[in-house]
Design a binder for this molecule. Structure first.
Ligand code: BGC
Length: 811
């Protein structure tokens, strides 16, 4: 416990409150009362603690588009900014959003590593590099908590893939854990003092993480001095005594958990010491005191910070995150910024932008600016054309704007209990969030009824996302009346499963038709979750793919520049499953090739949260990664394409083909996934394998040029002088790598040891200073950190593959 007076005062209030609680109240406080909250205990002046996902926005306790949240760019994008201060500012905005929504704790950030590019939640984590992850994560946590809102750094630890995520036993050597997977958590605990962590679903070396006494009690709390709360991932707590002994404070969600009454019984039976329960309650009360919901305790932040303009920040982070991978000269000038003239824009995602990843990270933004909207506004009238080109989505989409539906709830006798709007035809009522007048006990049937207005004429497909009994009627015809059954064991499958096509109808553009979907609600009697989750799904008429590509190529031929937006879909990047390849879905590769053949001045914008293969990259003039760019993504894209701003991002993770990628196994064998590659993941592994990726870690171009002029090293302080030798102001990310002078097969050839941003006007020279932390020279050996003495080269440059200056030091 850190001993500043405010902490001590809060601690005294916590102890006094704890002393007034009996066992039954204590155990209630350690168990969710519903999907997102803990119970209030009025007898000690404790209000109900509210938690919410996380990480790119604050969804709040309601999972619906009529309670919108600012959606920032994906965590991969935030990391591509290589700027902890930018991450801190994101955090400040998220604290503001949390306060607006009555949320005390944000279930974020995700600091698992990009061990393999196939990881399904890759987009939700920062980087393959533990140091960069720790720096960005610490900035984010500091920002959120500076707004008086708690964080839960997650998922502790080694939740780096999704296959069998609830049960997989990840076999990870202690050294690998320490140097890679634990490292970001350790750095964040040291630099940002998070008020919470979330323990993962998976098992590490034979012990499930919600019971991992060694990693939680000995390492996290014991060695690192973490004094926050440890909350389980949702449904990850599996036992009563082992979880409390393993240091798990809160079992979420409720009301059915392994804590509560079961924990009281275990104490009374002598299986668990009450002191263990007290320790957990103390952690929860400390968190409550910090966020200001425990009477008598002064919150850490009494005055919320100055208001932040979320829309403007979302746009700024997006353009600071875009990574310009390639920008070749065409007709004697680089393809970007766009030259004056006409632009042929193509790609389904240019119109229906994919701004965020799927799963629990989903939020509902108040608006989405697509590339088509933003370029139409930014370019002179009459200079932009748009074609769909290729639609990557082979499946139906939910939340379609043409669906205007309302939900009516009935009891078993058919009486109306209540009703609520259902924007986009989606119902996601989690926990106690139900329409007024409705309870889980009385609710029998939900009828979604209303209209669908087509934006095109032709054969439209409708379908259902969700599990259970459904009746789907379109334009007076009942197309489906049956039960959709689960296929796997994931408790959140209803969120993530693919929608199933169930009806086709010939419709006319602009003419509304009636649509209804009725669902009979059944909750498993003993299941922990009472959620009502289903949606009407829809797909526009399909056109012949060759014809679409030919149309795009024709438009490209007639324009000065062609811009192709390619994207992944929710089926590719989401939660609960991993990827099986890195290809762009559908005919998008064919589209790029056809457009590039028609117009050499082709710019490709890649709208994905994680790496995809770019087999045509040498055939196009420019490649710009826009990640999942958040709600203002289109506006930021127009800023960067037109040259109003330069793209500021650098790769936080190596991009290459799956065939070359060194670490690709995410599928357990007999329930086990061995991290046999040890400390060699990401750029460390690419270098060890002697393979050249498509684009190396740290790579990214701006709109100006930089010359690295000098490097000076004093002790472990590195000073770099560089000059902006281009024609416009810019920002450079100066990267410092540490390489043992004598190659050591047990260590990477080099690793990231520091970085700093530099800004300069054209012609101006600037100096940046980077302090290399002692940890950069250490390895985990014999149960402790050991400095590896010897000679090291300090290499400074623009990416791991473009090192400009070097100096040798002896340690
Ligand atoms: C995810 C967590 C998330 C939680 C609550 C889980 O399935 O793994 O990251 O915070 O659900 O939505």
């Amino acid at each position: 416990m850190v001993g500043d007076p405010a902490d001590q005062a809060r601690e005294a209030v916590v102890e006094a409150a704890l002393a007034r609680l009996g066992l039954d109240a204590k155990v209630r406080l350690l168990a969710g009362q519903d999907m997102w909250t803990l119970p209030a205990l009025p007898e000690i002046g404790l209000a109900s603690l509210v938690m919410s996902d996380g990480p790119i926005g604050v969804r709040g306790v309601r999972w619906t588009a009529d309670d919108p949240s600012v959606a920032l760019p994906s965590p991969t994008a935030l990391a591509a900014g290589w700027d902890p201060e930018l991450a801190r500012r994101a955090g400040v905005l998220l604290a503001q959003e949390a306060r607006r929504k009555g949320v005390h704790v944000l279930l974020a950030p995700t600091v698992n590593l990009h061990r393999s590019p196939l990881g399904g939640r890759h987009f939700e984590a920062y980087s393959e590099d533990p140091y960069l992850t720790g720096r960005i994560g610490a900035g984010y946590v500091s920002g959120v908590q500076s707004g008086g809102v708690g964080t839960t750094v997650k998922h502790f630890v080694a939740n780096d893939a999704e296959t069998e995520r609830l049960t997989v036993n990840n076999l990870v050597a202690e050294r690998t854990l320490r140097e890679l997977y634990l490292a970001p958590f350790e750095a964040i605990v040291e630099h940002a003092r998070p008020w919470g962590v979330m323990t993962a679903y998976n098992t590490v070396n034979g012990t499930t993480m919600t019971e991992h006494h060694h990693l939680v009690e000995e390492v996290l709390r014991g060695e690192w001095g973490f004094d926050g709360v440890n909350v389980s991932d949702w449904t990850a707590a599996r036992s009563t005594a082992d979880a409390i002994e393993g240091g798990l404070d809160i079992a979420m969600p409720g009301p059915v958990t392994v804590y509560g009454e079961a924990l009281a019984r275990a104490v009374r039976a002598g299986e668990v010491a009450e002191a263990r329960v007290d320790a957990a309650v103390r952690n929860v009360l400390r968190l409550a005191a910090r966020v200001g919901i425990l009477a008598g305790a002064e919150p850490v932040v009494a005055e919320p910070p100055r208001p932040v303009d979320g829309q403007a920040l979302a746009r700024e982070i997006a353009r600071r995150s875009f990574v310009l991978l390639r920008n070749e000269a065409r007709a004697e000038r680089p393809a970007l910024p766009l030259r004056p003239g006409t632009v042929a824009l193509t790609g389904a995602a240019a119109r229906d932008a994919r701004v965020l990843g799927g799963g629990s990270a989903t939020v509902f933004p108040p608006r989405i600016v697509s590339p088509l909207d933003a370029l139409t506004a930014a370019l002179p009238e009459g200079t932009l054309t748009y074609t769909v080109g290729a639609d990557p989505s082979t499946e139906l989409a939910t939340g379609e704007p043409g669906l205007d539906l309302r939900a009516v709830c009935r009891d078993a006798a058919g009486r109306v209990l209540g009703a609520r709007g259902a924007p986009g035809g989606q119902i996601q009522w989690t926990g106690s969030d139900l329409p007024d007048g409705v309870t889980h006990d009385t609710l029998h049937t939900v009828e979604l009824t209303g209209t669908f207005t087509p934006r095109e004429s032709g054969t439209h497909t409708f379908g259902i996302r969700g599990l259970g009994a459904f009746t789907l009627t379109v334009d007076g015809t009942t197309h489906y009346d049956d039960v959709q059954r689960p296929t796997g064991g994931d408790p959140f499958a209803a969120f993530f499963n693919a929608p199933v096509p169930r009806a086709e109808a010939e419709l006319t553009e602009g003419e509304p038709v009636e649509v209804s979907l009725t669902h009979v609600v059944r909750h498993p009697a003993d299941g922990p979750l009472k959620n009502v989750i289903f949606a009407v799904a829809h797909q526009d008429p399909r056109r012949d793919p060759d014809e679409l590509i030919a149309e795009a190529a024709r438009a490209a031929r007639d324009a000065d520049t062609a811009v192709v937006v390619v994207a992944t879909t929710e089926r590719v990047e989401s939660e609960g499953f991993d990827r099986t390849d890195l290809r762009l879905p559908g005919r998008q590769d064919d589209l790029v090739r056809a457009v590039a053949a028609a117009n050499p001045n082709t710019v490709v914008v890649v709208n994905s949260g994680s790496p995809v293969e770019l087999p045509w990259r040498e055939e196009v003039a420019a490649v710009l990664l826009s990640w999942f760019p958040g709600q203002e993504g289109g506006a930021a894209l127009a800023d960067v394409l037109t040259g109003a701003y330069e793209p500021g991002g650098r790769l936080p993770t190596t991009w290459g083909s799956l065939t070359d990628a060194p670490v690709t196994r995410v599928v357990p064998e007999n329930g086990e996934l061995a991290y046999t590659e040890g400390v060699f993941i990401g750029h460390r592994a690419w270098e060890k394998a002697g393979r050249t990726p498509s684009y190396p870690f740290g790579h990214g171009l701006g709109y100006t040029d930089w010359t690295y002029e000098s490097l000076h090293v004093a002790d472990t302080t590195v000073t770099v002088r560089l000059r902006n030798t281009g024609e416009r102001a810019g920002r450079e990310v100066v990267q410092v790598y540490l390489a043992p002078s004598l190659p050591d097969p047990d260590r990477p050839a080099r690793w990231l040891a520091g970085f700093a941003g530099a800004e300069a006007e054209p012609g101006e020279s600037v100096e940046v200073t980077v302090d290399i932390p002692l940890r950069a020279f250490e390895i985990w050996a014999e149960k402790r950190w050991v400095v590896v003495k010897g000679s090291y080269e300090i290499q400074v440059g623009r990416s791991i593959g473009d090192r400009r200056l070097a100096a040798t030091i002896n340690v």
